[in-house]
Design a protein around this ligand. Structure first.
Ligand code: UDP
Length: 218
């Protein structure tokens, strides 16, 4: 029986990037690793078994932990609620060279990939993902289930509400203490966008300077 069994939920692209981070983080312990996936997936991936959630529940282990390695925040929330009902705690993951400076608070279940940085005086909610080369600068407030693709540049005094998704290489302009730049709940910032003003709830913005992408007329 494993002392600690860690389930990497999501046997896809991001899962394959996250499992090595978890393995490195738990180096020297007797933890065992499996992928957990509900989809139509093979039985193993990169040398690790892929098991279904029910099998994960049935496995014998003194302690179980789960990491939600799925970029889609709505799925992350659904799976986190399911695991909470089954009393399986999440594991926060931090790459060995991820940098956290001072006065940073973060909720459960975060993933900080290689070359990420959280500087000083930052508040972040639960299940935050910072993909490679992303940073969050001073005095930012970030909600729950926020996702940063690679190389997101989130400058100082920015508020990002729950479930926002920030695409690869996006640049968010620094706000001020009196008037932080706000990215609304569930908003999507397209890859490479340069965001210079507030983004309303639920919209997608693209381009430089970023503008709202209107839904296509049919
Ligand atoms: N998935 C799952 N349960 C769900 C929803 C998704 O196990 O309720 C799995 C899905 O089968 C897939 C993975 O999560 O293997 C998500 O992979 P995707 O390539 O969509 O996302 P990424 O790896 O880029 O985050």
């Amino acid at each position: 029986m494993a002392d600690v069994l860690v389930g990497i939920y999501g046997a896809s692209g991001f899962g394959r990037e996250v499992l090595p981070l978890v393995r490195e983080q738990l180096k020297g312990t007797s933890a065992e690793f499996v992928f957990v996936d509900d989809g139509d997936v093979p039985s193993s991936l990169n040398g690790y078994p892929i098991i279904r959630y029910d099998d994960f529940l049935d496995r014998d282990a003194q302690e179980k932990r789960v990491v939600f390695a799925i970029a889609n925040s709505a799925i992350r929330e659904k799976l986190a609620e399911k695991c909470a009902l089954d009393n399986i705690p999440s594991l926060s993951v931090k790459a060995d060279n991820a940098v956290i400076l001072e006065e940073v608070s973060m909720g459960e279940g975060s993933i900080l990939c290689h070359f990420t940085q959280l500087t000083s005086n930052i508040r972040i909610g639960k299940y935050f993902h910072a993909n490679i080369y992303s940073y969050v600068a001073h005095d930012c407030v970030i909600g729950d289930y926020v996702t940063f693709a690679p190389a997101v540049r989130c400058n100082g005094n920015i508020v990002i509400e729950d479930h926002a998704y920030i695409g690869t290489g996006a640049v968010l302009k620094q706000g001020t203490p009196e008037k932080p730049l706000v990215i609304g709940k569930g908003a999507v910032v397209g890859m490479g966008a340069v965001v210079t003003k507030d983004v309303p709830t639920g919209v997608t913005v693209v381009g430089n300077p970023a503008r709202v992408l209107e839904p296509r007329k049919t």
